[in-house]
Design a protein around this ligand. Structure first.
Ligand SMILES: *[C@@H]1O[C@H](CO)[C@@H](O)[C@H](O)[C@H]1NC(C)=O
Ligand SMILES: *[C@@H]1O[C@H](CO)[C@@H](O)[C@H](O)[C@H]1NC(C)=O
Ligand SMILES: *[C@@H]1O[C@H](CO)[C@@H](O)[C@H](O)[C@H]1NC(C)=O
Ligand SMILES: *[C@@H]1O[C@H](CO)[C@@H](O)[C@H](O)[C@H]1NC(C)=O
Ligand SMILES: *[C@@H]1O[C@H](CO)[C@@H](O)[C@H](O)[C@H]1NC(C)=O
Length: 401
């Protein structure tokens, strides 16, 4: 009887636990693994595994020791629109994605929960979240691209809202219905070594959208989509982008800012060592007539252009017919373009189209050599743009001091 009890006890103890300790790190910090498979996820690519994610998240977010780590290994896990909500008990949460997380094909007909309108997967109110691995987020967005023109109706694939000190790395993000990744109201966020892929003709499929966020780093990533590579929207500052290859798509865009007469601000945006290949724009700043606020302290340096149309463009005159006071504009100042080489697929290599009343000031262009892919001359055009230039082809003699 006693030995049977012992055997039974051993059996219970040895049962694969939801709560298995992995490799201990130094000190008291050690990973505590939660494997999605142990929550009943099938990973078979068609069964809805959402309930498993829901229960795993409760344990992960409620864990009280170590570094809780959600493991999503081999397999293709179908996940319905889901909100992963903080605050969590601990200030360090890891999600290791080596398999594929896939939106259901029927997501287009899914009734979105009000708490999570606008995103397929949303992380909200969580600090110190690290998502990494070699896996994939597959948004199955194709039906959305053709059936809906209104971007506001389509969900972002992966949204981070209200977060501090978090990171995303290593993953592949494909075919979002709308933006692939949105960072909204976050500080100290790093994105590295990711690959975003959607077809060139897929509408509104921005790579990364940033708003109301500071101290972001996006590095060593490749973004091929049908819309902006990275869009930097209002309330954002201290954003570094380095080693990013964009294209196809619409390039890296500050804005648009000031739509519907809004006061919007962006500053300290620094793009370096990046490449635009086959993009419709390159380094772009766009603001609406009738808005106010500013876009300032922006640098684009060490940029390679491989057949980019409109590689350098400021458009401070987006026209908004709903606004009657078109005398105001978002101020654009202190913008530097340094060391651009390569080809433009249009003659208009440099377009500085600034507002008639407000203008752009302190625009500095140095060491640019942008040639026409078809062999002819490239041109620069300016409208009320003020600043200096040196060693530039095309010459920017239209710039006023
Ligand atoms: C993942 O797949 C590999 C190769 O098919 C296999 O060796 C490994 O055991 C699998 N891992 C898990 C966690 O299922
Ligand atoms: C992140 O930090 C900001 C500024 O300190 C704070 O207002 C916000 O509540 C923090 N977010 C979370 C999820 O703790
Ligand atoms: C951005 O780059 C500047 C200058 O190199 C650096 O001081 C700052 O710490 C960087 N910020 C981030 C978030 O990487
Ligand atoms: C100019 O940019 C290219 C491409 O990023 C880089 O390899 C080169 O070192 C830069 N030149 C200078 C002088 O910084
Ligand atoms: C600009 O680039 C073209 C094409 O690569 C090259 O022939 C030309 O010498 C370059 N001009 C300067 C000033 O570097």
């Amino acid at each position: 009887m006693k030995s049977l009890f012992t055997v039974l006890l051993m059996f219970i103890v040895a049962t694969p636990s939801l709560y298995a300790r992995l490799t201990p790190k130094e000190g008291s910090s050690f990973n505590v693994g939660f494997n999605i498979v142990n929550y009943g996820a099938t990973g078979d690519g068609h069964t809805d595994d959402s309930e498993a994610f829901k229960r795993a998240w409760q344990d992960l977010c409620g864990a009280t020791e170590g570094t809780p780590t959600l493991l999503i290994s081999n397999g293709s896990f179908v996940l319905q629109p889901m909100l992963f909500k903080g605050p969590c008990k601990l200030t360090a949460i890891n999600i290791q994605v080596d398999g594929t997380i896939v939106a259901p094909e029927s997501v287009i007909d899914w009734k979105w929960p009000d708490s999570n309108r606008g995103a397929w997967i949303k992380f909200s109110g969580i600090n110190d979240l690290v998502i990494n691995g070699g896996g994939t987020f597959d948004g199955q967005g194709a039906p959305w691209w053709t059936r809906y023109n209104d971007p506001d109706y389509k969900p972002t694939a992966l949204q981070f809202h209200n977060c501090n000190n978090s990171a995303l790395s290593g993953l592949t993000h494909i075919n979002s219905p709308r933006n692939h990744i949105s960072i909204d109201s976050c500080n100290d966020f790093s994105i590295s070594n990711i690959h975003i892929i959607a077809p060139e003709d897929s509408h509104n499929t921005d790579g990364i959208d940033i708003s109301k966020s500071s101290n972001l780093l996006i590095e060593n990533s490749k973004i091929e989509t049908g819309d902006d590579c990275i869009a930097i929207n209002s309330g954002s500052s201290f954003i570094n982008i380095t080693g990013v290859t964009c294209g196809p798509g619409h390039g890296i865009s500050v804005g648009s800012l000031g739509r519907n007469g809004a006061y919007e601000t962006v500053e300290e945006i620094h793009v370096k060592y990046s490449t635009f290949t086959g993009t419709t724009n390159g380094a772009r700043i766009k603001t609406w007539m009738g808005g106010s606020g500013y876009a300032r302290k922006i640098t684009f340096e060490h940029i390679i252009l491989i057949g980019a149309r409109n590689p350098v463009i400021i458009d401070q005159q987006y026209h908004d017919y709903a606004i009657s006071d078109l005398n105001s504009a978002v101020r654009v100042s202190d913008v530097t373009y340094y060391n651009f080489t390569g080809t433009s697929t249009s003659q208009d290599a440099i377009t500085l189209n600034c507002d008639t009343n407000v203008g752009c000031i302190d625009i500095v262009l140095n060491d640019l050599n942008i040639t026409f892919a078809d062999g002819g001359e490239t041109l620069a055009s300016c409208n009320n743009a003020h600043g200096t230039f040196s060693s530039c082809y095309p010459s920017i003699s239209c710039l006023s001091s």
